[in-house]
Design a protein around this ligand. Structure first.
Ligand SMILES: *Cc1c(COP(=O)(O)O)cnc(C)c1O
Length: 229
């Protein structure tokens, strides 16, 4: 295996820098989340050694297993669909929940966050492409949901997230990223109480360079760092 993970992280960072140059952006605005789902702790530690601090997982069970065994400055991001009955277990271990797709889920997060005296950073997951198979609210539902979720005092709405469709050519997803960016900017401009739009989580192994060109501030890269699952 050698230094494969380290090399992959360096390659992703170089690609992010190149995409930022093309778009006239500062690479410091883009956080790389190493999506470590299904991968053993050993590989996460290798990524940590190579400088990774943000890890993405889509199953509560895996976060519960891995987070306590990582160095204390490793941050875990919940990026998968979150069931309401798993909220209590997961919130002590996560830096951010990217996958808030309903007021009902936010309500549960509020309840549990209050119980442990914490404020939880969340993103609203938007199903921009309106794929049947995907979770997330439709773009036209975002404002209505945001207006309710922002009233929860133990939740901080930090931005938006989307999972773009699986495509052969990443250019096909450019309009998806543009649409989410536009929504993000529109909400930001409104200066709504208890809403700070400064995170735009979009782009995966196949399309993160396009996502960065279109304004992503967090990219979620799994295969491109840890290899195929
Ligand atoms: C698995 C996953 C990723 C990473 O996908 P890759 O194609 O392996 O980079 C990103 N985001 C979410 C929500 C995922 O579930």
């Amino acid at each position: 295996m050698g230094d494969e993970i380290k090399e992959h992280i360096q390659t992703v960072k170089q690609n992010v820098e190149a995409a930022c140059r093309r778009a006239g952006r500062n690479p410091d605005e883009v956080t790389l989340i190493a999506v470590s789902k299904t991968k053993p702790l050993k590989m996460l530690l290798e990524a940590y050694e190579a400088g990774a601090r943000d890890f993405g997982e889509n199953k509560v069970q895996e976060i519960l297993e891995k987070a306590p065994k990582m160095p204390p400055d490793a941050r875990f991001h919940m990026i998968g669909h979150l069931q309401r009955n798993k909220v209590r277990q997961v919130i002590p271990h996560v830096r951010m929940i990217h996958s808030v797709d309903s007021v009902r889920l936010a309500e549960m997060i509020q309840q549990e966050a209050l119980r442990i005296g914490k404020t939880v950073d969340i993103l609203l997951e938007v199903n921009v492409a309106k794929e049947e198979s995907k979770f997330g609210m439709f773009p036209e539902q975002v404002m209505e949901n945001l207006d309710q979720i922002r009233l929860f005092p133990n939740i901080r709405i930090c931005g938006l997230m989307t999972i773009a469709p699986f495509v052969e050519n990443s250019e096909e997803n450019r309009p998806i990223f543009q649409k989410l960016y536009q929504l993000y900017v529109d909400i930001k401009k409104k200066n709504i109480d208890n809403v700070t739009m400064n995170v735009l989580s979009m782009g995966m192994t196949g399309d993160y360079q396009v996502a960065v060109e279109e304004g992503a501030t967090m990219i979620r890269v799994g295969t491109g760092i840890f290899g195929v699952r």
